[in-house]
Design a protein around this ligand. Structure first.
Ligand code: ATR
Length: 270
């Protein structure tokens, strides 16, 4: 029997998740169907209830529903509670909805796959919105020497750092507070979408540093372009997308797909 999964978002037509999960299913032989559903902006909960009433087993959740998805969960994971958001829902046999967030794990896996050493690293994270909140716990669990959050609105970075202060050496402030060098700089702002670059000092990167943008595209983002010009190795977020999907697939099917071939295919299709 084919089990049904989906990704909820609005808009959702450009989502790469159906192609990624179809590739995982083909690779593992799991009998699943995975579709994209544009949930109504004012009723995500209704969309999830309808999907599961019609036999749906689980779903991914993307913009703008991750927080509402968290609120409807009966049993959110510890890291989902920290993030206040979920990107993965699973209907239990008892009819309860379990929720987890796999974005941070996806980011850490992708960095590790690229050979980036997080333990002892000096990390700068740009941005203090939902995307950043969702990845902080796994990043801090990897044991960096320090993690600075810098944001256009300094107060949001300070508040975020305070929320995660029990997990490691973390601080927050405005872009003016950024003093390098850093071993890893992660862009979690949506500035790239607008073609903007956060104001950053020229001596940001340590020798051998990595710049990571949680966004991706056919071209390097403005941030990655700038980082490459300033001596950093540039990595975009396509690998994070595939790795978070693999973690969701594992939660649903208890099978861990190989991500490399799926990522290579996706890269070709950009
Ligand atoms: P997401 O869920 O993608 O994190 P968000 O919660 O709206 O979206 O957060 C967007 C982040 O990008 C914020 O950190 C925002 O900075 P502010 O908190 O000051 O708004 C940041 N951002 C968006 N556009 C930016 C720009 N042009 N330059 C710098 N930072 C920007």
């Amino acid at each position: 029997m084919t089990d049904r999964y989906c990704v909820f978002g609005n808009p959702i037509s450009h989502s790469k998740s159906p192609a990624i999960h179809a590739a995982f299913a083909a690779q593992t032989g799991e009998a699943i169907e995975y579709t994209a559903i544009a949930a109504p902006l004012d009723d995500f909960t209704g969309a999830w209830r309808r999907f599961t009433a019609e036999g749906g087993r689980g779903g991914n959740v993307t913009v703008p529903f991750k927080e509402e998805a968290f609120r409807l969960c009966d049993t959110p994971s510890q890291r989902a509670r920290r993030a206040g958001a979920v990107n993965t829902l699973l209907l239990g046999k008892n009819g309860l909805t379990y929720g987890d967030t796999t974005d941070g794990i996806g980011l850490v896996r992708d960095l590790t796959r690229h050979g980036v050493n997080l333990a002892g690293a000096r990390i700068l994270v740009l941005g203090a919105g939902g995307a950043v909140r969702g990845v902080l716990e796994p990043l801090l669990a990897a044991g960096p020497a320090s993690l600075l959050i810098a944001n256009r609105t300094a107060e949001k970075a300070e508040a975020l750092a305070a929320d995660f202060g029990d997990l490691g050496t973390i601080s927050g402030g405005g872009f003016g507070a950024v003093v390098g060098p850093f071993d890893l700089v992660i862009n979690g702002t949506s500035a790239s979408l607008a073609g903007d670059l956060p104001p950053l000092p020229d001596d940001l990167f340590a020798e051998g540093a990595t710049a990571y943008d949680m966004m991706y595209g056919a071209e390097l983002t403005v941030f990655l372009h700038w980082a490459a010009e300033h001596g950093a190795r540039s990595i975009d977020g396509l690998g994070m997308l595939v790795e978070q999907a693999a973690e969701s697939f594992f939660l649903w099917r208890n099978r861990r797909p190989e991500t490399e071939p799926v990522l290579a295919e996706l890269r070709r299709s950009l």
